[in-house]
Design a protein around this ligand. Structure first.
Ligand SMILES: [Zn+2]
Length: 285
């Protein structure tokens, strides 16, 4: 069983893939964290191995051949579950045939339309966002997010039974209006997407809302006894679950006006107010 305290004192082993765009950490014998450390977003994708199927939580920025890396890690058939529709979390969806998403107009739209190349370039492929070189065989000027087929639309409190893994869907808007967390009831892990991580929670984006975020933290607190460790969608994997009450208190301080912000502008020109609370910070409009 994973214990968050162990992860603060031991460094997980690395798996060396032949694609150096991705860094693969072996979290346990059933869980890999696949990250993109040379991208500004530093997204983290998780591959969870069940008895007869694997679950891939998010598919990253769409740079490099994620499917090839996944096939080096498992021969099991793979089901993708996306935490939300920001482009850095579904960039390689089209490489997989079994995809589950939360049922929200934004998810329906991106799956049927994909994303135009100019949007992809602006959001993810500008030179300010990537430390070269591009991975072998990747032509950023031809990159695209084609439409992809969704096999099942998820609802709040759905429990996915995939082999021996039970994943509960928890609808947690605030950073994105279609954001979900996934509670692995088998291994007592909360895959927390973009709302609980070591770093900033970007609620200043289109569709972000700190009052929604606060309600999402309250919802997660109702499941606090059901997990031991967090697996966030950016930066370092394996965070202690104690980050959740800190984030809840932080969102309440932002909403009550008690916390003092610092104004800033992100790399995409969007203005924000930043509220710092140690390991976590909250950006609001
Ligand atoms: Zn994200």
């Amino acid at each position: 069983m994973i214990d968050a305290r162990d992860f603060q004192t031991t460094v997980p082993q690395r798996f060396t893939s032949d694609d150096d765009w991705f860094e693969v950490l072996i979290i346990s014998d059933y869980l890999f964290a696949i990250s993109e450390p040379r991208h500004y977003e530093h997204t983290v994708i998780y591959l969870l191995l069940g008895s007869n199927r694997a679950i891939l939580i998010d598919t990253g920025c769409g740079i490099g051949n994620l499917r090839r890396v996944v096939e080096q890690l498992t021969t099991l058939p793979v089901t993708v579950v996306n935490t939300h529709t920001h482009l850095d979390h579904l960039g390689s969806n089209h490489q997989f045939s079994e995809i589950l998403m939360f049922d929200h107009p934004r998810s329906r739209n991106i799956s049927s339309e994909g994303a135009p190349q100019e949007v992809l370039v602006w959001e993810l492929l500008r030179k300010e966002l990537v430390t070269p070189p591009w991975p072998h065989g990747f032509r950023h000027e031809e990159a695209a997010l084609p439409p992809f087929k969704v096999s099942r639309w998820l609802k709040q409190d759905d429990v996915l039974e995939i082999g021996d893994i039970h994943l509960r869907v928890l609808y947690t808007p605030g950073e994105a209006p279609d954001h979900i967390c996934l509670l692995d009831q088998t291994h007592r892990i909360l895959f927390s997407g973009d709302i609980l991580l070591n770093g900033p929670v970007w609620s200043h984006l289109d569709g972000g809302d700190v009052s929604e975020l606060q309600k999402s933290y309250e919802l997660l607190m109702r499941h606090y006894d059901e997990f031991d460790v967090l697996m966030p969608g950016h930066n370092a994997p394996c965070q202690h679950k104690g980050l959740l009450p800190i984030a809840l208190a932080a969102s309440e301080e932002v909403l009550s006006g008690k916390a003092q912000p610092q104004a800033g502008v992100d790399l995409w020109g969007r203005h924000y107010n930043k509220y710092e609370f140690g390991r976590i910070s909250i950006l609001s409009k």
